[in-house]
Design a protein around this ligand. Sequence first.
Ligand code: ZN
Length: 326
Amino acid sequence: MQDTLKIKGIHHITAIAGSAAGNLAFYTQVLGLRLVKKTVNFDDPYTYHLYYGDAAGTPGTILTFFPWEHLPQGRPGPGMVTAMAFAIAKEAVDFWLNRLRDYKVEVQRSERFGEPVVRLNDPDGLGLELIGIPGPVATSAWESGPVPAAEAIKGFHSATQVVRNIDHTQALLAETMGMRPEGVEGKRHRFRMSQGLSPGGLYDLVVDAGAAGGLQGAGSVHHIAFRTPSDAAQAAWQSLLRQKGLHVTPIRDRAYFRSIYFHEPGGVLFEIATEAPGFAIDERPEHLGRALKLPPQYELMRGEIERHLKPLDASGPADRPMAVHP
Ligand code: ZN
C-alpha cells in the first residue's frame, strides 16, 4: 500500500447541538477549547457551523457543531460514533475532575487500555471522554483560554463507534484504510492510525450484538472525518473506495479543507478531509473565530443570513457555573 493511502488520524468530528449559545459556552468556557471558526452550514446557510480546536485549529483537534435549536435529543446506537475522547496529560486528571464538579458536570472514572478515563456528557447529552496520556501531543496551546496549558485538552485521543457485527467495518478500517488492529479489551477493538505526537490517532469499535437502535438528534455525532495530506491523496482515496464498491461523493470544497464522504458498512458517515488550507485562510491566526465567515457563494446573502442567526458572543463571562447532567 502506498504510504499516502494510509489514514493518519482523525481530522475533525462533527456533531449536532441544540442551543448554539449553550454549546459555545460549554466548549469554550468549561472545556477551554478555542472557537476557531464561526461560519454557516454550507448545505443549510441559515444555521451556524461552529468549529472548536486548539489555538491553530490543527487537524486532529477540531470538533464542529451544527446547532439546530428545538431539535429533539438523539440517542446513541449502532452505526453511530457514540463517544469522542480528548487527550489530556495523565497528571491533569484530578484537575479536570475538580473543574467539572465545580461546573456541576457529572463525571464517571474508569480505565481503558491502562489509561485513566473521565466520562461526561455535554449539555445536549453528547458522550465525551477525557483520557490521560503519558506523553506530549503536537498541538498549539491557546494562551488566552481559561484552562492552563499544562492541563489543556490536547486534541482528540480517539473516537468510539458501536457495531452490532464487526466484520465489514473492521475490514474497511484494517484492510482498506490502513488502520492497525492494536488490541481488544472486552467488547472494545482498538485500531491505530498514527503513533506518538500526532493527535487523534485511535479509533475504537465496540461490538454489541443486541444494541438498541440509535436516533440522530441533538447530542449525536453527525460524521467523523479522517485526514489526508494532499489533494492527490484524496483523489486516490476517492477512486480506491469506489473500487471497493462504496458510494463516495464528489470532492466538496469546505473552504478550510476539501472533503469526500461515504457511509462505512456499519452506517457511520465517514469523511476524508485534506489538511490544507486550514482556518487561517480567511482570518488572521490571532482573530480566529471572531467574525462570521461566509463562503463566497453566500456573501451576497450575508444580510439575510445574519438576520436569521442569533448573535453569539464568544467572549462572554468565563467561569460561570452551569449545570450539566448526563
Ligand atoms: Zn466534516
